[in-house]
Design a protein around this ligand. Sequence first.
Ligand code: FE2
Length: 376
Amino acid sequence: MSVSTQNEINPVAVEDFLPLNGTDYVELYVSNSKQAAHYYKTAFGFQDYAYRGLETGEKDTESYVLAQDKIRIVLSSPLHSGTAIGKHIDKHGDGVKVVALWVDDATDAWKQTTSRGAKSYMEPTVEEDDHGRVVRSGIHCYGEVVHIFVERKDYTGAFLPGFAPMKTDYNPPTVGLKYVDHMVGNVALGRMNYWVKFYEDVMGFDNILTFDDKDISTEYTALMSKVMSSGNGYVKFPINEPAAGKKKSQVEEYLDFYEDEGVQHIAVATDNIIDTVQKLKSRGVEFLRVPSTYYDTVLDRVGQIDEDLKPLSDLGILIDRDNEGYLLQLFTKPVQSRPTMFFEIIQRKGAKSFGKGNFKALFEAIEREQELRGTL
Ligand code: FE2
């Protein structure tokens, strides 16, 4: 151990006024939470976690909470007509309502963000049961999506006060999904920079990457995207807006069918994408497919990788490299009736980027799907 003889000068830390520990949960409003829970368990390997509904004394809403490693999803449906959740489903179809963020101080998170211009969704609220207390607060973001700040350091219960632990006899194994890597929002034409500024000013995020329509365009469609990252990098929200193209872009198709801005995809990380995608496919999850010619030249573009190319090409897994490493990724088809939200499965091997080298092949694959839907 060395002893310094003079005071060391510490770099001035940039104050992070909204320190986030990660994504706490993602809540989807769905038309049939019971069947959605079965789907996410059967197809995606989520596990029983917690429940709130008639059996726990809740009269208006039924919610299933499922988990896989650090990922928690909440699936909520109304138990009668005329509810806010019912109206949300009528307008948008199934979709993400809450992107909840884990904080140490939900009261301060609310004060910091609302004092910087966020519109309040939920004032700091203490919820308690025999297992302790949770403080939650919330703000609005794009569309009808909200961020709820969750402070759970004094809580040892299953999920939140009011929820009972969920245990059933039907427990399909996991598929190796680990954590939410990023969640992408689609916003209206001309609104990307507004929301970039919102995340910068209100939440202290940084714009770490920008893609314009030259990066992300095909013969027909284009989009622009900026990646926003929390101060510590634990939470990343890319934001897309449509750009002018010859035909309707995938972002416009989303906005038309969701009838609003909203969450386009949830990217979930795995340590073994070949194994995870094999399992997801065998359990009925449908993926986008790029032409097999993609694999003729991909290694010229990305160089040496640890995996054999054969299983990657058999499964249609995409590869990209940046100056820090490479990544493997694959996108599902939309997971509800409307062509809106989908999932991305991602394995990072050093790369911190988002697969720019795959955009063209990927968007052409999406356009083939749009063509089939008659929405291109
Ligand atoms: Fe993504």
